[in-house]
Design a protein. Structure first.
Length: 404
């Protein structure tokens, strides 16, 4: 490993991400949009195109494993924080309101993804059909809850009924999507039967909930802040190691570790706030850059490729917004409220990119299809704020929600 080159890569990546976060922030977009675009600009789609010699010198192939290793550490910490901030009490409080809308915002895009998988399989013919179909379906169903939370804060919707319901729907989405992705990963890596895969994931979950969580509740009452940080990191990485070794994938272990970590300790939020800056400001931008290096928009060439791209984006938007809209309408929301909820849940962002990288690593996605799906993730996230502002013109949308 060339340490000097790695340090130069980190410095350039963080600088470009910082500049684009500021630019996109002025346009009302969440910081993650700037970081995703920064990753694409540093990859072969832009830097490798306009300055191939500089690109080859900055990101030679033998330097990428070190960059990938740092990005994977960042992803483990990020997924742990996603699980840690998953507010299941929010789901319980709005279970009647968010239950149907949340489930339909998963079921409908999931079904649409299954239908789209067959024609898309031509772009990845070596991938087994069942894992491929399930992966495309999950990719269409994802909502990026961290990005959603940031958008709600920026639009001053966090403490409205719309904000509460959308976060509750996203929480349901997180649990279902990552559990399904864990099964797909296990099937792809171990060539296991569906029954064996479900059994593996189920046993892991039961042990964590029934045995580990009660033990953690006792131990965390004795922790000081510094000790809790260490304990969280040890637990997150240990859980990730176990799931990686069993073929489920390290990111699922990190997510589930965050979900079951006890909330009875007042230090949890303080510790999470300490871990978040280094994860989101330093490590996650490295992941965006590595994703950008793996994304080559030049592979989306020709009318047929762009027809596939248009179909992917259209199905992603229609499935997610349509599912949320139908569920919210059945729950007697106003039309504008239902559309606003659909626009929020259509946010994919960073979480989608995490899933797509898993698919590429497993060989489920081809490089061309991976690039197409990255464009879809960027497009659906970019449209969230403008769509929400367009829908919200007039009286505030959250005023129309029925009392719960």
């Amino acid at each position: 490993m060339n340490l000097a080159l790695l340090l130069a890569q980190i410095a350039i990546i963080l600088a470009v991400c910082r500049v684009l976060r500021g630019v996109l922030g002025r346009l009302g977009q969440p910081p993650v949009i700037g970081e995703i675009i920064a990753g694409l600009l540093l990859g072969p789609s832009f830097l490798g195109w306009i300055a191939p010699a500089w690109y080859a010198r900055l990101f030679p192939p033998d330097s990428l494993p070190a960059l990938n290793g740092l990005s994977q550490i960042g992803l483990v910490m990020f997924m742990f924080l996603v699980g840690l901030r998953l507010d299941l009490s929010e789901v319980n409080a709005f279970r009647h309101v968010a239950g149907l809308a949340g489930l339909l915002s998963i079921i409908i895009p999931f079904s649409a993804g299954l239908a789209l998988a067959r024609p898309l399989h031509a772009l990845a013919p070596e991938s087994p059909m069942l894992p491929f179909s399930l992966f495309i379906a999950v990719s269409m169903s994802i909502t990026a809850s961290p990005v959603l939370a940031r958008i709600l804060t920026d639009q001053q919707l966090t403490f409205t009924k719309l904000g509460h319901v959308s976060i509750a729907c996203a929480a349901i989405n997180d649990v279902v999507a990552w559990t399904t992705l864990a099964w797909v990963t296990a099937m792809s890596t171990a060539n296991s039967s569906i029954l064996r895969t479900i059994t593996t994931v189920g046993l892991y979950g039961i042990v964590m909930v029934v045995v580990i969580r009660p033990a953690l509740r006792v131990l965390t009452r004795r922790f000081a802040a510094a000790t809790e940080i260490s304990a969280m990191l040890v637990f997150a990485f240990a859980s990730s190691w176990i799931t990686e070794m069993t073929g489920i994938h390290a990111l699922f272990g990190a997510f589930f570790a965050g979900v079951i970590w006890p909330r009875n300790n007042k230090l949890v939020e303080e510790v999470a706030a300490t871990l978040e800056p280094i994860t989101m400001v330093v490590l996650i931008p490295l992941f965006f850059s590595y994703t950008g290096i793996r994304t080559n928009l030049g592979l989306i060439a020709g009318g047929r490729a762009w027809a596939y791209e248009a179909a992917i984006i259209a199905v992603a938007i229609a499935g997610k917004m349509g599912g949320a809209f139908i569920g919210a309408t059945i729950m007697k929301f106003g039309v504008r409220d239902s559309l606003a909820l659909g626009a929020l849940l259509n946010t994919r962002g960073l979480v989608e990119l995490v899933a797509l990288n898993v698919g590429l690593d497993l060989g489920i996605l081809s490089p061309a299809l991976f690039s197409m799906m990255v464009v879809m993730a960027l497009a659906t996230t970019l449209m969230t704020v403008p769509a929400l502002k367009l829908i919200s013109r007039g009286p505030p949308v959250q005023s129309e929600f029925p009392q719960t």
